[in-house]
Design a protein around this ligand. Structure first.
Ligand code: FAD
Length: 445
């Protein structure tokens, strides 16, 4: 059995490791066009800010370590250029030597991930304009941000990565401006809840330019200003473009693999594509929205790991499924946690639900215990049966625990009444006798 894996970060290495555990005798080869595998891209903002001092802390395994631990061959700087599904061949270029090569597989796992979107903005070629995806991107941004001459940073895009980087740059002493095309930060959140994050950013001296996009990057060789569509000119020694990613699905598409409307590879619960013996996993692949049953593409490390594991087991002869996602995400923005899951009111209505939104504000733990903080929760409940369909949580410590309880409740198809009945743990340092989740249920009932 010969298993080839294209891509060696979250999905690719999870797949290879699980394939090895499932079939101790298989020949497993990872083809990775970059120089690193198995790194925690999610930790990059904290590496750049210096909170995580050493880049090696982000790298779970080097290629050699992975080979030693799992008996998997790792071919770095190997870019796969073509898949021939009839002959079961992949064709690659060794980027180190320039040599072309081919590998015959029995099973193929595509884990090519996603890449930052880079529209052809005027002046995008200037020095000190970056995107953030790989550890190398992180090294470059960290070096540029730490230069004595770098005082001002502009971030384009107020999504999770943009705002994590706003915190990182501010912690590094840079005056930071975030530009966002939408009228609010964190567009998947409701505007009302996003306002809480905007307040936090303003209090931490981050400037926000909402409802505006980038028109051009200006300067000589080096960036000097970012000019917006409305004509604002914002001085910048460094700019980070973080307006989203697109699935790396072209290689699969060229091979005749079906691509979904999201632009990512269509797969079933076994991570099988439409072509026999070819699987896909991670940011290059779709998932299923467990509430609507429709295809969904939310490129996150949490999903990439599970999909990779599923693809690896199945490619090696096992039988495993990843049923889908409910689009849960969480981020830390200075002293706030912002998390969401499930359907927003608008999404729920688009999918035929009549819903009611309920918003509550509660303490994270007993008010008399030191350090009590506020947690804001918004729940989206179906009118006909009270079922919880979605939630947003923004607040201090303990917001992460509440979102995970609500995720569990949504996946278990619980109602407002069920939330009140949950026997959640209580002691003053952790919660209140009536937990925030129970209060949400009580108000919604
Ligand atoms: P990728 O990480 O994109 O890896 C794909 C690999 O395939 C790449 O190394 C690429 O070089 C290689 N490749 C592509 N094409 C070829 C080819 N033709 N031949 C050979 N190799 C190829 N997710 C969360 O869940 N929580 C977070 O908090 C979070 N924070 C993040 C913060 C940042 C700054 C970033 C950048 C991402 C964050 N993510 C987070 C997202 C998470 O990192 C990704 O979802 C995850 O890395 C996806 O893993 P993957 O293996 O599918 O794809």
């Amino acid at each position: 059995m010969k298993i080839a894996v294209i891509g060696g970060v979250a999905a690719g290495t999870s797949a290879a490791a699980k394939a090895r555990r499932t079939d101790p005798d298989a020949e497993i080869v990872i083809f990775e066009k970059g120089t690193e595998i198995s790194y925690g891209g999610c930790g990059l903002p904290y590496y750049i800010s210096g909170l995580i001092p050493d880049r090696d802390q982000l790298i779970a395994f080097t290629g050699e370590e992975f080979e030693d631990k799992y008996g998997v061959e790792v071919r770095l700087k190997h870019e796969v250029r073509e898949i021939d599904s009839h002959e079961k061949m992949i064709y690659y270029k060794n980027l180190a030597t320039g040599q072309d090569g081919a590998y015959q597989y029995d099973k193929l796992i595509i884990a090519t991930g996603a890449s930052p979107i880079k529209p052809p903005f005027e002046g995008f070629e200037k020095e000190n304009i970056f995107v953030l995806r790989s550890v190398k991107d992180g090294d470059r941004i960290k070096a540029a941000a730490n230069r004595d001459t770098t005082k001002k940073a502009v971030i384009i895009g107020a999504g999770l990565i943009g705002l994590e980087m706003a915190e990182a740059f501010t912690e590094m002493g840079l005056k930071t401006t975030v530009i966002e095309l939408q009228p609010q930060v964190l567009p998947p959140f409701s505007q009302e809840m996003a306002k809480l994050v905007e307040k936090e950013l303003q209090e931490k001296d981050v400037d926000l330019v909402l409802n505006d996009g980038v028109a051009a990057f200006k300067g000589g060789d080096k960036l000097e200003k970012v000019v917006t569509e409305s004509g604002k000119e914002i001085e910048a020694d460094l700019a980070l473009l973080s307006i989203g990613v697109k699935a790396n699905s072209e290689l699969a598409k060229k091979a005749g693999i079906e691509i979904g409307e999201t632009g990512a590879i269509k797969i079933n619960e076994k991570m099988e594509t439409n072509l026999k013996d070819i699987y896909a996993a991670g940011d290059c692949a779709e998932s299923k929205d467990l509430i609507t049953g429709k295809a969904a593409w939310i490129p996150l490390g949490s999903t990439a790991n599970k999909q990779g594991r599923t693809a690896g087991e199945n490619a090696a002869g096992g039988s495993y499924s990843h049923s889908g996602i409910i689009k849960t995400g969480i981020t830390k923005i200075f002293d706030l946690t912002a998390a969401r899951t499930g359907l927003s009111k608008e999404e729920a209505e688009k999918n035929g639900f009549e819903v009611t939104e309920v918003k509550i504000k509660a303490r994270n733990h007993a008010g008399y215990y030191p350090g009590a903080d506020i947690i804001n929760i918004k729940g989206v409940f179906a009118n006909n049966d009270g079922r919880l369909l979605g939630a947003e949580v923004i607040g201090g410590d303990g917001s992460d625990k509440r979102i995970d309880v609500l995720v569990t409740a949504i996946q278990a198809e619980m109602t407002a009444a069920d939330l009140f009945q949950l026997d959640l743990a209580y002691a003053p340092p952790y919660s209140s006798a009536k937990d925030a989740v129970a209060i949400l249920g009580m108000v919604a009932e």
